[in-house]
Design a protein around this ligand. Structure first.
Ligand SMILES: Nc1nc2c(ncn2[C@@H]2O[C@H](COP(=O)(O)OP(=O)(O)OP(=O)(O)O)[C@@H](O)[C@H]2O)c(=O)[nH]1
Ligand SMILES: [K+]
Ligand SMILES: [Mg+2]
Length: 444
């Protein structure tokens, strides 16, 4: 066993690559050493490479299972790097089940989630960040997410990391040379050069680390918590923003208890909008639990939307959440005009009932979402794993800069290089493979 993957790559695997359920066409893909044999057995011979051919598929008993387009991708120039095939079947569940049964009878086994891409990585067809990008692309719900994932598939993060690793390798060479020359008692500034290079490189890495977590947030979605006193109109506002009655609205204070969450696409950024229980001291046990949940969600939120109603004075509980980072809303301007400021902030004047001011609020929310998550067009870190690797590389560079002896500096530079290698999957891969591929879907 090569040690790079826990699953046996001697197996030939297959999986439905298109979505489950009934569809016009279902794509079954397979990969592995027996893919050619299995395809030939099913289709009565191997078709031309990478050309779609219409074939009758038969099982071992000779029964026709379907008429399908079949594609043959001999390795190593395939997605996985192995011999692979695709069967474009009629999309009925019985057809898919019959063909899957025939493949199993030929010795292939159902693939694990992410196993195709895992094999592509193991066979050097892509680096780890590109593999992660594939998972993100499949999961992308919005334009900005799609752009970010595609950039990562295209190698934006790997290219950046590779360039840093190249520079580090040169620094290391300088440092090693400095050690050699020092033994020969020759004066040299190679060590100083290496040190200066480390300083510059660390500054660049730190700049990327200081990205405000935008890439990660775009992957996960931005969380916006709607807070306010009972009856401020939080649930009405949520409903108005999503255009449906997602939350119960009533004239009774304390209507909302559980947190009600809806998903919105704002300027290509996925946003979860959380409606919460109105903040107040009074109320029964259930309402108090609701208020605790409101506070918890607000603490977790990337953005707080503080809602006040023009027909009541601003309440202290909600005012406590008004910060320069919060969006402040004065609702019910159809009843009374909005105050100039609330808690020192100019509020957005809206009416959840008449719709006044909602476009401006939507624009403000979109701008905040893009500020928090980016638009998907930079080579950003998209996972905690990336951040951890770069943080470690930066720490080792700092160590190299401070090293009292050139030998210690060399050691630290080498450690920094290893940290960068972990990001793209060149080093230490055993420990992270399962983490990376666990959130893939089956068939990818
Ligand atoms: N006139 C007017 N009434 C509104 C507006 N928005 C909400 N209301 C009314 O205010 C009352 C409370 O609205 P909700 O949306 O339930 O308020 P809430 O903040 O979710 O209340 P809780 O869930 O109890 O905390 C309802 O009777 C709404 O119809 C508005 O813009 N103008
Ligand atoms: K209410
Ligand atoms: Mg409510």
């Amino acid at each position: 066993m090569a040690g790079r993957g826990a699953m046996n790559t001697a197996d030939t695997i297959f999986a439905l690559a298109s979505g489950g359920g009934r569809g016009a066409i279902a794509v079954l893909r397979m990969s592995g050493p027996a893919a050619g044999m299995a395809l030939a057995a099913l289709a009565g011979g191997l078709p031309k490479s990478r050309m779609a051919s219409l074939r009758r598929l038969r099982d071992e008993a000779g029964e026709v299972l379907d008429q399908a387009l079949v594609l043959w991708f001999p390795g190593p120039h395939s997605y996985t790097g192995e011999d692979s095939a695709e069967l474009h079947l009629h999309g009925g569940p019985a057809v898919v089940a019959a063909v899957a049964g025939a493949l199993a009878a030929l010795g292939a086994r159902p693939a694990e989630p992410g196993e195709f891409t895992r094999r592509a990585f193991l066979n050097g067809r892509m680096d780890l960040t590109a593999a992660e990008g594939v998972a993100d692309l499949v999961a992308a719900e919005t334009d900005a997410q799609r752009r970010q994932a595609l950039r990562q598939v295209d190698g934006a993060l790997a290219t950046l990391t590779g360039a840093w690793a190249g520079r580090l390798t040169r620094l290391l060479a300088h440092q090693e040379a400095a050690i050699e020359f020092a033994e020969d008692d020759l004066p040299t500034d190679l060590g100083d050069q290496a040190r200066a290079g480390a300083v510059a490189l660390r500054a660049e890495i730190e700049q990327h680390l200081a990205d405000g977590g935008r890439g990660e947030r775009l992957r996960e979605g931005v969380l916006v918590a709607i807070l306010g006193a009972p009856n401020a109109g939080k649930s009405s506002l949520l409903n108005a923003l999503v255009g449906r009655e997602a939350a119960i609205v009533s004239a009774r204070a304390g209507t909302t208890r559980d947190v009600v969450e809806v998903r919105l696409d704002l300027a290509g950024v996925p946003v979860t909008l959380a409606d919460t229980a109105g903040l107040r001291e009074a109320g029964d046990e259930i309402e108090q639990e609701g208020i605790r949940r409101a506070h918890r969600r607000a603490e977790e939120a990337d953005l707080v939307l503080a809602v006040f109603a023009t027909d009541a004075p601003p309440d202290a509980e909600t005012l406590a959440w008004v910060t320069p980072a919060a969006l402040v809303v004065a609702n019910k301007v159809d009843l009374r005009s909005a105050p100039a400021t609330i808690g020192g902030v100019v509020p957005l004047a809206i009416s959840a009932r008449s719709g006044e001011g909602l476009d401006a609020l939507r624009a403000a929310l979109s701008a905040a979402a893009v500020r928090l998550a980016g638009a998907g067009d930079a080579a950003l870190l998209t996972r905690p794993r990336h951040r951890a690797a770069l943080t470690e590389a930066s720490a080792w560079l700092a160590e190299a800069e401070a090293a009292a002896l050139p030998e210690l500096g060399s050691e630290a530079l080498r450690a920094a290089l290893r940290a960068l290698g972990r990001l793209t999957g060149q080093v230490g891969v055993e420990a992270i493979l399962d983490v990376v591929f666990r959130d893939f879907c089956i068939g990818k």
